[in-house]
Design a protein around this ligand. Structure first.
Ligand code: BES
Ligand code: MN
Ligand code: MN
Length: 460
């Protein structure tokens, strides 16, 4: 047994208890009623960093949710790793579909079940415990900085400003992030791309109040009917998004790179089976992995209006609403896409209704280098702990701050995620296998070690 697995073995239960305490704080960033929980989670992180051996840790208040920063300097002549993670989580609804309460973590079949078990409490906590391990065993080979935020799930707007104001403090040689997934436990992978995102809300209004659908039905346009028609027109029969100008800046991936990307193992049959769907859907001419990895998409995240309570209520609703997200690929700018969508959607509105489009938040996509010292270090570390060389692959998810790090701090991020695609993040019954939690804690110290090695190779 190495000093790494030895330390993990001896502290296994405590690591889990400490993670569970973090998970029990219901830090849902999109719901104002949870505002006090954001500070609680930030304070818990501050304590975690100090207990693990940080020289200092601080909570920075922002106009949004607090940012936690901590650091340990070993020797200023050594490189510095910056760890990023988020302590906020997604809402839990539909709550009745959870087998056990979302904020009361339990272990079933070797997995932790709870909101945040993977995204991103479980994954970010791996770094805290690996840091503790290195400090306690006297093996921390370089300087380290931690930065945890509470607005990732709502677009990271406070952190964007905070980064620009604290460039000096955040100076580092690489940023390491565990907030993505692996293809499978026996197919470890490193994420080499993230999609950008643009989130909006739309409102369609008709009469100034709900009308009796018998007295007025057939004579006054129904905003819910109209909204459905407008949304249905956003895709053509080939699954292409019809927003004018949507594809103008899309990066065209070469056939050679498409062949490379196609090497990542993928079974369409298993995919369909795991999702309980009969057929996949998407843009004609692209495979399922291409549809999420290199092509943009548009989805309705929620739609409401009128009466949705028990029984029936015969009305023509005065208003209809929808939340929409567009997933973007390199070169598409999220603010420009929001404008294109707004112009397009407004142009679709028939004279019977008024349409309002409100952009909410977003972020640019990201492509990671695969030849940098940090990428090589991640590759070596994952290969050693999982026993198989990791496959590079582009994920369909988004982490809005990653491109800001590149633009504002000039630092590239390495997306060494330990989640699994089966972890049901954002869904009811989110989970995280214990094995990946511990494997992660085993991998991170190896990453530090190999990063320092690869880094000095490059310097000399
Ligand atoms: N951790 C995810 C992103 C992710 C998950 C990337 C799996 C790749 C694989 C992150 O917390 C997330 O959910 N981001 C949001 C961002 C949005 C709300 C601005 C997303 O992608 O929906
Ligand atoms: Mn996340
Ligand atoms: Mn998330």
């Amino acid at each position: 047994m190495s000093y790494i697995t030895d330390y993990i073995e001896k502290n296994k239960q405590r690591f889990l208890d400490e993670l569970f305490a973090l998970i029990r704080i219901p830090s849902i960033s999109s719901q104002t009623e949870h505002k006090p929980d954001m500070l609680k989670a930030a304070e818990y992180w501050k304590k975690t960093l100090l207990d693990a051996g940080a020289d200092k840790a601080e909570i920075f208040t922002t106009t949004g949710n607090p940012i936690v920063y901590g650091e340990k300097t070993v020797d200023t002549s050594l490189p510095t790793i910056l760890v990023y993670g988020h302590y906020d989580v997604m809402p839990v609804d539909p709550e009745n579909q959870w087998v056990s309460a979302p904020f009361e973590p339990v272990i079933r079949d070797g997995k932790i079940y709870a909101r945040g078990a993977d995204d991103d409490k479980g994954q970010s906590f791996i770094h805290a415990k690996a840091f503790e391990l290195m400090v306690q065993t006297g093996t921390l080979p370089c300087n380290v900085k931690f930065m945890l935020e509470g607005e990732e799930e709502i677009g990271s707007s406070s952190l964007k400003t905070w980064c620009a104001d604290n460039k000096e403090l955040l100076n580092s040689d690489v940023i390491i992030v565990s907030d993505t997934s692996m293809i499978a436990e026996d197919v470890p992978s490193i994420t080499t791309g993230l999609r950008g995102i643009s989130c909006l809300e739309v409102e369609v209004s008709g009469p100034s109040y709900d009308l009796h659908s018998g007295i007025y039905g057939g004579a006054v346009a129904n905003p819910v009917n109209i909204l459905c028609k407008m949304i249905a027109s956003l895709h053509d029969e080939n699954g292409k998004v019809k927003v004018k100008g949507f594809y103008d800046e899309v990066e065209i991936v070469s056939n050679e790179e498409r062949r490379e990307l196609a090497k990542a193992p993928f079974s369409l049959e298993e995919y369909k089976k795991s999702l309980n769907i009969n057929e996949v859907w998407g843009e004609t001419g692209y495979t399922t992995t291409e549809r999420t990895g290199i092509r943009p998409a548009l989805d309705v995240n929620g739609i409401w209006g009128g009466y949705t309570g028990e029984g029936s209520k015969t009305i023509i609703p005065a208003k209809a609403f929808a939340k929409i997200s567009m997933r973007l690929v390199p070169n598409q700018d999220y603010t420009k896409i929001a404008e294109l969508f707004k112009a397009h959607f407004e142009s679709l509105a028939p004279a019977y209704v008024r349409v309002k489009v409100t952009p909410l938040h977003g972020g640019q996509g990201y492509v990671s280098p695969i030849d940098s010292p940090a990428y090589k270090a991640a590759q070596r570390a994952v290969k050693e702990s999982f026993g198989v060389a990791p496959v590079p692959f582009r994920s369909g998810g988004s982490i809005p701050i990653i491109s800001t790090f590149e633009q504002v701090l000039g630092a590239k991020s390495i997306l060494m995620g330990f989640g699994l695609e089966s972890d049901a993040i954002h869904s009811p019954n989110e989970n995280f296998p214990l094995s990946n939690f511990y494997k992660g804690i085993e991998t991170v110290p190896l990453f530090y070690k190999y990063f320092v090695e690869e880094y000095s190779k490059k310097q000399s």
